[in-house]
Design a protein around this ligand. Structure first.
Ligand code: GTP
Ligand code: MG
Length: 201
């Protein structure tokens, strides 16, 4: 898929105030600092469409972007890291879980996992919750440039085995790097395929 246009639409913390249009929507979620915003910029080939930072907790709101005038991409705050007020210390903030529960336009949640780390309970718990809610998801392993090919293969393989302990089948999985654009074509193709189903249905 060619990216012809990518525009920021709006930010808010209330799913009811998200854009009303019914075009297909894809959301990026995962631990703080896993690379959600960077991945969005890499996919869109725009340096600072989504705001990134070396410090966790950069993205604080639900951010909608309109792509090619016919689908939405959503940058979400990370989970597993709480800054500022005590009330935001909940692991999965309510407005984020509300987003997943109420956003009918959401066709796929991309759950980002840092390829360097062993499976973390918080991510496995979030995947399980998505499954219980019957929200379709795919997994994106991020920061592939930080590992040598063998270590990358070993880690991704171990992750998949861990998933198979609780899931009968694996979701679609992608390996990406926002530093060198690994995985860009695959993720965009996957989105394009889903978008085409919408056009013809
Ligand atoms: P929050 O908004 O805080 O939840 O974080 P985020 O998941 O949006 O992460 P963000 O994209 O802001 O990236 C966090 C840090 O990781 C930044 O310093 C990025 O430069 C770095 N980073 C993200 N993706 C990659 C990658 O593929 N490779 C490398 N080497 N660094 C990355
Ligand atoms: Mg972010």
């Amino acid at each position: 898929m060619q990216i012809k246009s990518a525009e920021f639409i709006l930010s808010n913390s209330d799913v009811e105030k998200c854009p009303a249009s019914r075009i297909p929507e894809y959301a990026f979620i995962g631990r703080s600092n896993v690379g959600k915003s960077s991945l969005i910029n890499m996919l869109m080939q725009r340096k600072s469409l989504a705001k990134t930072s070396g410090r966790p907790g950069k993205t604080q709101l639900i951010n909608h972007f309109l792509i090619n005038k016919n689908w939405h991409l959503v940058d979400l705050p990370g989970y597993g890291y709480a800054r500022v007020s005590k009330s935001s210390k909940k692991v999965f903030q309510k407005f984020i879980t509300d987003y997943f529960l109420k956003r009918e336009q959401l066709v796929c949640a991309f759950v980002l996992i840092d390829c360097r780390h062993d499976p973390q309970p918080i991510d496995l718990q979030f995947l399980e919750w998505l499954g219980q809610q019957q929200i379709p998801f795919s997994i994106i392993f991020t920061k592939a440039d930080k590992l040598k090919p063998n270590a990358l293969k070993r880690n991704v393989g171990a992750y998949k085995l861990k998933l198979l302990e609780s899931w009968e089948a694996l979701p679609p999985c992608f390996i990406t790097s926002s530093s060198n654009s690994t995985g860009r074509d695959e993720v965009l193709q996957y989105i394009d395929d889903i978008n085409s189903e919408f056009e013809y249905s």
